[in-house]
Write a protein that binds this ligand. Structure first.
Ligand code: AKG
Ligand code: FE2
Length: 331
């Protein structure tokens, strides 16, 4: 009798995935100030009944913040806002970034991504925005100005679910590790050695944890960037690449993702502390114009260096001393 002996390194991980939007110790918020329509069971929700041209009441702002923490990506349709109104909306969450390398729109703090035959989109790589900064953006508000007839979607991946989905042994390992994020390294192939050194001096590499503890919810998520992560301190480069490929594969699990179909005047707000995103480039050479406002964030920390006063007490469901509201995941 012939015995079939082919071996495979593949391991099948099929069946239902246990997905949760918030850590178990935070009660699911109730939304009374607007209608919230889930895009999928895990990540992404449409907010209806808020006019972004108007200043937000504190109640609406607070509930939008809860929705952002719970759903990680919230979006609005049919919002004919100006760049200034988009900027003013984002200001409800803090100061705004000015990006030294991206082209500004008519309004300072508004970056305009204008893509077309001579300016192809290059955001089709999984990334978290501006992790080459010591304090990367808290979140981003992106608005569609001109959208191709088909294509040009943006994808998002829930990095807390990606972390939860790892085997316990891998989670324990990455909890202790950090990564070097280098702005210059990502562009090294496209520039001379001198230009590379100059840029590196301007923006020295920064070290961020591989697992970020969310400053409001205390939840752990994989903190990745396929563009800027250069190495993992303490690991040989081969070993680091092997580990990174396991982590990067988590981003590609469909259950952790959402895919957003744009319309003109759609506005998307994502929690840059908890998701990665990917600008699908299937529309070239058609035109696509979006405007972006990024909100200043704080320095990421991992399970190994939670600052004093930010230890998360799961029983009390709030970071010690931070005054976040229990149950509402408030801030
Ligand atoms: O245009 C997109 O779909 C995403 C662009 C992007 O990466 C960003 O706005 O940070
Ligand atoms: Fe981005």
């Amino acid at each position: 009798m012939t015995v079939f002996t082919r071996t495979s390194r593949r391991s099948l991980d099929v069946g239902p995935r246990r997905l949760r939007r918030l850590p178990d110790y935070i009660k699911t918020p109730e939304y009374t100030a607007f209608e919230l329509v889930p895009h999928g069971p895990l990540i992404g929700a449409e907010i209806r009944g808020v006019d972004l041209r108007e200043p937000l009441t504190e109640d609406v702002r607070k509930q939008l913040d809860d929705a952002l923490l719970e759903w990680k990506v919230i979006f609005f349709r049919d919002q004919p806002v100006t760049s200034e109104q988009q900027r003013d909306f984002a200001r409800n969450w803090g100061g705004l970034e000015v990006n030294p390398y991206l082209k500004q729109g008519e309004t300072p703090e508004v970056v305009r991504f204008e893509k077309g035959p001579d300016s192809p989109g290059r955001e089709n790589v999984w990334h978290t925005d501006v992790t080459w900064r010591e304090e990367p953006a808290l979140g981003t508000v992106l608005r569609a100005v001109e959208i191709p007839e088909a294509g040009g979607d943006t994808m998002f991946a829930d990095m807390a679910a990606a972390y939860d989905g790892l085997p316990a042994k891998v989670r324990a390992r990455v909890d202790e590790l950090a990564a070097v994020h280098d702005f210059a390294w990502a562009a090294r192939h496209a520039m001379s050695k001198e230009a590379y050194e100059k840029r590196k001096a301007e923006f020295p590499p920064v070290v961020h944890p591989l697992v970020r503890v969310h400053p409001v919810t205390g939840r752990r998520s994989l903190y990745l960037n396929e563009v800027f992560i250069e190495s993992i301190p303490g690991l040989e480069q081969d070993e680091a690449e092997d580990l990174l490929s396991v982590l990067f594969a988590q981003t590609r699990v469909p259950e952790f993702q959402m895919r957003f179909r744009w319309e003109v005047d759609s506005v998307v707000f994502w929690d840059n502390r908890a998701v990665q995103h990917y600008g699908v480039n299937d529309y070239y050479p058609n035109r696509r114009v979006v405007e972006r406002v990024s909100i200043l964030g704080d320095r990421p920390y991992g399970p190994y260096n939670v600052p004093a006063g930010r230890e998360f007490d799961a029983d009390a469901a709030e970071p010690a001393g931070a005054g976040a509201a229990a149950g509402g995941a408030g801030r």
